[in-house]
Design a protein. Sequence first.
Length: 496
Amino acid sequence: MLRFLNLPILFPVLMGLGLLILHPESRKTRNLYLMTAVLITSALSFAAIGVTYVQGSDALACIMVRFNDVFSISLRIDGASMVFGTIVSTLWPIITVYAIDYMSHEGSENRFFSFWLMAYGVVLGVAYSEDFLSLYLFYELLTLSTLPLVMHAADEKARYAGREYLIYSLSGAAFAFIGIVFLLNYGAGHLNFTYGGILDAARVAGNERTLLVVFVAAFFGFGVKAAIYPFYRWLPDASVAPTPVSALLHAVAVVKAGAFAVMRLIYFGFGADFLRGTWAQTVVMAATIVTIVYGSARALRTPHLKRRLAFSTVSNLSYILFAFTIMTPAGLLGGLTHMVYHAVVKITMFCCAGAILHKSGREYVYDLENFGRVMPVVFAAFTVSSFALIGLPPLGGFAGKWMIATAAVASQNKLAYVGIGALILSTLLTTLYLMTVVVRAYFPVGKLDAEALAKVHDPDKTMTVPLVLLTSMGVVLALCSNLVIGFLTQVSQGLL
């Protein structure tokens, strides 16, 4: 049992390497191999979460590699790990089913799904890391394992997006690493995540200004993957990747790993009490507010559907970061709530965009006239998800925004009040850039090409069933928001 927590991480990585080596010629054999590996990984992950929830965070804690008495690659599940791990373990199998059909016409499927499996294990490594060194290792491996997915098409656009993604991610990680070094030197002699922070008051005395500068650098370093302004450019450009990759990048894996790392940095590293009320809090909160408005405004101006959704992600990730920068338990609760609901909603929307591209070749909003009639399942899912992202109650987006706004009010931070205004403005812009798509699909105003529309229809069940399942999941989670928020409240108060 002491080594059980290694399995959800090592198993998919080894299975991914195995697929790369075996390179099966039969698509049926590969798909069976892939789904078996993904489902077993999710089962192992849920089992680890379940055991930890019942027996406590020490139940499955283990050391993967020990370097010395201070440095090791260690695993432990706490409340925050349960949240991120559950999101990943639930959504990855569903999007894998979708990806099998989508990638059937993309080529190089064995290579693609090899890195797909390895990325699954690495993301779970981010979720289940016990300390900052382990988190940093898996954080870097996440860049390397997802890079081939971003560059899958291997054309000029894909290569450019891959280079940009690599430069931004590695540069950001370098600044994050500086923060980890300072945490070790000014902390309690370890890097283990500790709710409330690990800084030692005696060592910090007289060095507060330096540590605040380091925190800001580390925040933007980890914030690169969360697409914080001005380090967001890699995310819209990465939308050239196959849509299943975009769905993972924008909803589950990379961007959420960035937000998760920022949360660890604030609440489990430097400590919210040390940062609250300082100029460093003002700087990082201001950056999130700017990103919220900027991302929504760019989404409204962008006619390309996937890039529009990408800029929407830029904005919504900063909803989460804004909540974290409030630096109170209520802010942590608001950020985690929006993290959960945004993951389900945004992965659904990208899958809808992928289905449209897959079946019609249409990429731009102005080309979607009357698509609601010829692709009823896809646009029903897109419409429900749009209402959820806008924040229409009782759907999930409302719960996240409500918790963030109430946390901002309770903080009595004047800049947080400005953040509430940014949320309101962003909601208005979100309504405009999403309802434009929905209205065109159901209420066409231009001249329709009946012959072209006759060839457009919903995709096969391997793509529509995941869409229906994801949409239903989002609605059920919203209707059970009291249970979700109840659990997240325990996490935000350090009780799990």
